[in-house]
Design a binder for this molecule. Structure first.
Ligand code: SAM
Length: 303
């Protein structure tokens, strides 16, 4: 029952307003999800406009197949594959990062510590290794590194040791409830309002989907893909993602001097930072999952 779970689009109008500079351009929605942003983009494009969307999730692809519009196409691929599109062909690129609500809410996808299901967490369950498969063989040191680096979890070493000793005593952790219980028994101090498993689940999800690596690759690819004046619009949901986006925009918004050739003209900047927008209090009240969102907007220069 794919349609039982809904996704409320975050910063819907703000993102599409920032993205569209012309109605006859080709746009990329790198994270189709349930198509909230895509549908609004299509409603604003002229007959000459085009929208190419990406998503890793087969359920998102199934939803996209309901859009009968010759201007629209969807690719079942990671968005790092946007480097296969024609250079300088894109008037705007939108990335609404992270997971969709249907992914979190459907226990069989294994993303949530709130309901029990197989410990999977792959955005594309047709490819790669699940979290359970990885935890069944990974060394304690690797597990600790992932939980510390991607979850900023103070008890990463203790959690990793607990996962490995449980594996040796009773077999690998197979379900989300087993992992949540094991973490709750290991994390000594709870942050107010946060489940002790939050950081560990976030870390394993980021790792198993190579989220930060693919984000970095896609940002690099966007420089080739965007036309001059084309917009880069990225919505992120945690500080690790936002830091990458912020630093990428900042690094390309500066003129770069070559220290070995101090009198040569500097390399021109490729991006101009335009905006940083957060959801309004009204949006957060209506959709609490939007509370951590930060949207950054930049414009491709002529360089
Ligand atoms: C927050 S949701 C997008 C919601 C969408 N904007 C909407 O309004 O319905 C993020 C989506 O991006 C997809 N996704 C995340 N990382 C991806 C990647 N590296 N490549 C392709 N899709 C990805 C997820 O599968 C998920 O469907």
């Amino acid at each position: 029952m794919d349609n039982a779970w809904q996704h409320t689009t975050v910063l819907l109008n703000e993102a599409v307003d920032a993205l569209l500079t012309r109605t006859d351009g080709t746009y990329v929605d790198a994270t189709f999800g349930r198509g909230g942003h895509s549908r609004l983009i299509l409603s604003r494009l002229s007959p000459e406009g085009r929208l190419v969307a990406f998503d890793k999730d087969p359920d998102a692809i199934a939803e996209a197949s309901r859009i009968q519009d010759a201007r629209f196409s969807i690719r079942h691929q990671g968005f790092a594959h946007m480097d296969e599109l024609a250079p300088r062909s894109c008037a705007g690129l939108l990335m609404d990062l992270g997971v969709s609500s249907p992914q979190i809410d459907n226990p069989s996808r294994g993303f949530s510590f709130r309901s029990d299901g197989p410990l999977d967490m792959r955005m594309d369950p047709t490819r790669g290794e699940s979290v359970a498969d990885w935890l069944a063989t990974a060394e304690a040191g690797q597990i600790a590194e992932v939980i510390r680096d991607y979850g900023e979890e103070r008890f990463a070493v203790q959690i990793a040791k607990a996962i490995v000793s449980r594996r040796q005593e009773r077999g690998p952790v197979a379900t989300t409830a087993e992992l949540a219980q094991l973490v709750a028994g290991t994390v000594k101090t709870r942050e107010p309002g946060q489940d002790p498993a939050t950081r560990t689940f976030q870390a394993l999800r980021i790792f198993i989907n190579a989220e930060l690596e693919e984000l970095q690759q896609a940002l690099e690819a966007s420089l080739e893909l965007l036309q001059p004046s084309g917009r880069l619009v990225v919505i992120s949901f945690h500080s690790l993602e936002d830091r990458i986006v912020k630093q990428f925009i900042a690094a390309h918004s500066r003129e770069v001097f070559d220290r070995r050739a101090p009198f040569a003209a500097p390399k021109a900047m490729k991006l101009k930072a335009l905006d940083r927008i957060k959801p309004s209090a009204a949006e957060i009240a209506a959709n609490p999952r939007s509370r951590s969102a930060i949207m950054r907007v930049a414009e491709r220069t002529e360089a």
